[in-house]
Design a protein around this ligand. Structure first.
Ligand SMILES: Nc1nc2c(c(=O)[nH]1)N[C@H]1C(S)=C(S)[C@@H](COP(=O)(O)OP(=O)(O)OC[C@H]3O[C@@H](n4cnc5c(=O)[nH]c(N)nc54)[C@H](O)[C@@H]3O)O[C@H]1N2
Ligand SMILES: Nc1nc2c(c(=O)[nH]1)N[C@H]1C(S)=C(S)[C@@H](COP(=O)(O)OP(=O)(O)OC[C@H]3O[C@@H](n4cnc5c(=O)[nH]c(N)nc54)[C@H](O)[C@@H]3O)O[C@H]1N2
Ligand SMILES: [Mo]
Length: 768
């Protein structure tokens, strides 16, 4: 276990070395290399890593280190079979690390929990479907069931899943995006009338300036580094706002570029780097607008303007009220909350003003705060004042997480379904779907805790580890009459079963999916609203796993009957049939099956990009929010004597959400260790601590519950004073379920008020 500063660039030989190590670890080397060559290509599969888009240039071979890890993790030959479950009890498994659980290999047979023996035991597919149907049909109300979705599910699986749940009678669709980009969907729908980003990958090739807020592409969207480095090379300004110094936001060596690799060269990914305080981005943007407003007022005296008044008049509403609020916002509050100096804010404003076309991107550093919706609205305000939506090289770019999280929402995974979706379902399928809003993640977990929701079904994902307040979530699962997990790999959610519990093993993106009509493909939508097909390469015929679609169809037939409201089996037999229904039900999918033949797929379109504003006012809305009162503590019961820190939880370089591939975080210089906390060196000194001391971290909140994690190693790091950082899922027990974003209900994973105390507990060694 060690930490040392990483001196290399992101990507480069370090990435190649790590990629090769992962190929060997998966025990499936030759096959995996050929898989990698087919990732994100025509006739290959969509990378199960992130949702960053591709330009669709046929024959071009592109991969990234973390995509390679995702592919290899899934395409392993190791299996978690009936012997494994016979050997290990569920209580024993629950004591193992997240790394251990997933490392054991692919799940390959349906299993049912036996509470008497505390072991999972084999069950046939038909019996499993019958048990699920029995539990669902025994509920007093369909709203006592929760249908969770994680964002790897294909459009086809997600569409069939929502149809099953809605026909069953509920809109309870908690999904991973509730913990992810929900604030984006809420803020963008309200302001520009569509909950998605307005840019395409081509816009990045011509933008004059790219402003990146709260994201770590070096780890989480590595293919984006190439986009940023080439923008930088051609002279665009690439400006990062990040709470931490992240390597990938400084320099990048392209592993697909032989010259750079051989010369040990690298390209800067950003031209400017600002380090605001956690949650300070709204104040940063407010500051930029305030600088530019002052210039605008002066320009007006000379009959000129800084803002795009023509665009504002034609396309927007709300400017005057907003600008009055900007004028009234005191500079002291802007400096205090942003943590940036006047010079830095003016510099950022200058870069913005000197560019003609600007893209603004953001991810979890922006969406997982209490005031995330207001922060995103502030980003939108800035772009609208300068007419930066619906123009080439400009726009709004939320960088999505899971590879199909955007598509899942498009095809109906939505606990607050729009009226048109429900009308279309009714006209196409001839039944009246439920209209009342269903549960998001927080509502679902609260209802399960209260014993109101009794059946939990998870289409992928790992809610027990991904959700906040881990102990409470474990208790909520245990209380359910039935928990069902459709999954590729064993995880924390499976070893926290309900009273009855079933694991249904499914194919992943890399597997060949053969159904009655032959080999099937599925489709996904990337961050740029491009829909394309994906077909796996790994032969899993002869194994007992099934496709997600086949599993959902099995549950639906058993629960609702073979023909209610569709011939379910025909959907599983040929996914073209599902796509025909999607075409009839979801706007934008005209000639869905035919258009999939286009290389690179097809563009779903974006109303805001076409300057069509689907808001009630038919105009884009400039929002008027005041800055939050305080960023430090919301709702704390009593002020403690120790200094209060704001904690963010984030991903290491060796993980995919709750999937832990290893214990290194190369770019942050941490090796062999995950129980660490990144602290500013001056804060370490003030606390009377030194590097590598162990601390306990305890949450401050309004209730009496003690939320504390023990034995975390202090790592000195470039982070503003008063802010600290740790990894999720290890830090999830610290986040109260009720600590959530205004209007989004997203857990505040990037702002938790905590205190640090020297630890009495020896560090757990968490290796496999
Ligand atoms: N390899 C890999 N790829 C992934 C994932 C993965 O786990 N592994 N997860 C996928 C998913 S589901 C998602 S949603 C995305 C997540 O992608 P990211 O949003 O990049 O994920 P995080 O690791 O949470 O990183 C948050 C970043 O924002 C910064 N930050 C935190 N708080 C603030 C703040 O208040 N202000 C500012 N300006 N910066 C802040 C942090 O320092 C960190 O650099 O990645 C996707 N891709
Ligand atoms: N503290 C804190 N908590 C967070 C976050 C944070 O930044 N901080 N981030 C949040 C975010 S952005 C997200 S998106 C959520 C993620 O929440 P989830 O999506 O629920 O979690 P994952 O870890 O992505 O799910 C991993 C599991 O999915 C299953 N799986 C993998 N591939 C497939 C497949 O193809 N099909 C099926 N059926 N199953 C598959 C495997 O069994 C694996 O164990 O976590 C959230 N939680
Ligand atoms: Mo996410």
């Amino acid at each position: 276990m060690s930490y040392k500063q990483y001196s290399g660039s992101a990507g480069g030989w370090g990435a190649l070395k790590a990629t090769t190590q992962h190929l060997f670890k998966s025990e499936n080397v030759a096959k995996n290399i050929s898989n990698l060559l087919r990732t994100n290509q025509d006739h290959g599969f969509d990378c199960p890593g992130c949702a960053w888009g591709e330009k669709g240039v046929p024959g071009r071979f592109r991969f990234c280190e973390n995509g390679a890890k995702a592919v290899n993790w899934e395409a392993t030959t190791r299996r978690v079979d009936r012997d494994f479950f016979a050997k290990y009890s569920v209580s024993w498994l629950n004591k193992q690390t997240d790394y251990y659980l997933e490392y054991q290999g692919r799940l390959n047979e349906p299993m049912r929990y036996n509470p008497d023996t505390d072991h999972y035991e084999p069950i046939s597919w038909d019996e499993a479907f019958a048990v699920i149907a029995e539990h669902l049909n025994a509920l007093e109300s369909p709203n006592q069931a929760e249908f969770y979705t994680s964002g790897r599910a294909s459009n086809e699986a997600a569409f069939v899943y929502q149809l099953f749940a809605r026909r069953f009678g509920t809109n309870n669709f908690p999904d991973c995006s509730n913990m992810c980009h929900e604030a984006t969907s809420v803020a963008l729908s309200k302001t520009i009338g569509i909950g998605k980003g307005t840019v395409t990958i081509e816009d990045f090739e011509i933008a004059d300036a790219i402003f990146l807020f709260g994201q770590n592409p070096g780890t989480n969207h590595p293919r984006m580094l190439e986009t940023l480095a080439s923008a930088n090379k051609r002279g665009a300004q690439v400006v990062a706002f990040n709470n931490l110094k992240e390597r990938g936001l400084e320099r990048f060596t392209n592993p697909q570029h032989p010259l750079e690799m051989l010369s040990n060269g690298s390209t800067p990914t950003t031209s400017h780097y600002f380090m605001p305080k956690l949650g300070g981005d709204m104040a940063v943007v407010r500051g930029i607008v305030k600088v530019l407003l002052e210039r605008h007022i002066q320009a007006q005296q000379q009959g000129e303007s800084v803002f795009d008044l023509e665009f504002i008049a034609e396309h927007t509403e709300g400017m005057d009220e907003y600008l009055a609020t900007v004028s009234a916002t005191p500079w002291e509050q802007i400096f205090a909350q942003s943590g940036l100096s006047q010079d830095e804010i003016v510099q950022a404003a200058d870069i913005y003003a000197n560019a003609k076309t600007r893209i603004v991107t953001w991810a979890m550093g922006v969406t997982q705060h209490k005031h995330s919706v207001a922060t995103i609205q502030e980003l939108v305000n800035l772009q609208l004042l300068f007419g930066q939506v619906g123009k080439p090289g400009a726009g709004l770019c939320p960088v999505r997480g899971h590879s199909n999280v955007q598509g899942d929402r498009t095809v109906g995974i939505n606990e607050k379904p729009p009226a048109t979706l429900l009308q279309n379902i009714e006209s196409v399928f001839g039944f009246e779907p439920p209209k009342e809003h269903g549960h998001n993640v927080v509502n679902a977990l609260q209802a399960m805790s209260r014993g109101e929701s009794k059946v939990f079904i998870g289409l992928g994902g790992n809610l027990v580890a991904a959700a906040p307040d881990t102990e409470r979530v474990m208790a909520a699962m245990a209380q359910c009459n039935l928990t069902v997990n459709i999954a590729t790999k064993l995880n924390r959610s499976h070893v926290n079963p309900g009273k009855d519990s079933i694991i249904l093993p499914c194919y992943g993106r890399t597997d060949i999916d053969i159904q009655a009509s032959g080999e099937q493909k599925v489709t996904v939508e990337d961050s740029f609203s491009m829909v394309h097909s994906s077909s796996g390469r790994v032969d899993v015929s002869g194994e007992l796993m099934r496709s997600e679609v086949a599993i959902i169809v099995g549950m639906a037939k058993a629960t609702l009957g073979a023909m209610n409201p569709v011939d379910w089996q025909s959907l599983a037999d040929n996914y073209n049939n599902i796509r025909d229904y999607i075409e009839k039900t979801i706007p934008g999918f005209t000639q869905f099956n035919q258009r999939l033949d286009n290389p690179g797929g097809f563009y779903l379109g974006n109303s805001a990009r076409s300057l069509v504003w689907n808001t009630p006012q038919s105009k884009a809305q400039i929002s008027n929010n005041v800055l939050p009162e305080s960023l430090l503590i919301h709702d704390v019961k009593s002020t403690p004597k120790r200094p209060v820190f704001v904690l963010q939880t984030m991903r290491s370089h060796d993980q995919y959400n709750t999937t832990v591939y290893g214990y290194d975080d190369r770019y942050r210089g941490v090796f062999g260790e995950r129980n660490v906390v990144f602290v500013n060196p001056q804060d370490i000194e003030a606390l009377g601590l030194k590097a590598e001391d162990l601390v306990d971290i305890e949450t401050l909140w309004t209730d009496d519950k003690v939320r504390k994690i023990h034995g975390f190693k202090v790592i000195p790091y470039q982070i503003p004073q008063g802010n600290i950082a740790a990894y999720f899922p290890e830090a999830n027990p610290l986040i109260p379920l009720e600590s959530k974003g205004d209007f989004s209900d997203t857990p505040t994973s990037k702002s938790i008020a905590v205190v640090l105390t020297p630890s009495e507990v020896r560090q757990l060694v968490r290796s496999a």
